[in-house]
Design a protein around this ligand. Sequence first.
Ligand SMILES: [Zn+2]
Ligand SMILES: [Zn+2]
Length: 345
Amino acid sequence: MSFCVSCGKDCSELLDGMCAECWLDGRKIVTAPHHTDLKTCTGCGEFFLNDRWVRCTLLDAVQDAAFSSCGVIREAEIDRKKTKTLSVEAQDPYVYEVAMEFACLVRGIEVSETVSTTVRIKNTVCKPCSRKLGNYYTSILQIRSGSRNASGDLISEALEVTENFVGRQAETNKQLFITKTEEVPGGIDVYLSSIQLGRSAAKELADMYCAEFKESPKLVGKTEDGQDMYRLTYLVRLPEYHTGDVVLFENRLCKLVKVSGTGGRVLDLMNFRERAVRRTEMPDLKVIEKGSELKRAEVISSSGSEIQVMNPVNYSVADLRVPEGFVPGESVCVTEWDDALYLVP
Ligand SMILES: [Zn+2]
Ligand SMILES: [Zn+2]
């Protein structure tokens, strides 16, 4: 049988020859520094905690920093559930006094100890934000419209697609961002923080519009460790066609009803049958009339598979074939081609 050298009590498990109570008597379990610094980024507002940048509230960050700064002797095991903040007092917006109660177990004995420390907020700029501020970029996405007289709408729509795409990527990786955008004749240049991001954004756009994209590297210097450093330019030429346009495909007048990464679908305006267009055939589409510029013709009467409308250009009455189940309103969209009028459903 062993006994405590301090109080003489019989005890089977001794720490430095003492029973747990004697060993704990007057001993500090937790040490807190006088103060600790908490870095915050003035760009994005994130806090640097446990070696990484995290997004959280100031109050959470201050408490986290205070607890992380404390040290607990190795014989003690922290009881996370019972360990808590007692108070957080702001001395000014940059200095917080945090009082904490640590609950620990030492050899089966519950011990609680109260400590406090000062958390000082230090403004800094995280790497992604400093890159953003420094106009850092490694790739350029050049969005261009295929037709000379294309509307700016198509370019701004493509830019929005790209911004949304980058936004989704940035949710999980803040190293990914758009540095800047620059309007240029015929389109827009989007400067991006990563080559991979440039490539995937170009692919996303190309798939969406069934367009082609070209990649061209440019040597811009050497990295610190002597490797060649490249910038990549991705050129996406947006096609002239757009969903809703009236197009000519294999000498048939069609309405383009769908554009995707694998190709498109057209509705033949001569027989109202839909057919697929392979991606390789998409460049063959010739735009006859933009969907947004289609004229409307007033409906005079309708009878089964035909309707009578007034030609909006010369006011003559024309018979139009309509697809099965088509219910005309007071007016319908039409297009004129080869001296004949066609319904665009
Ligand atoms: Zn003892
Ligand atoms: Zn930041």
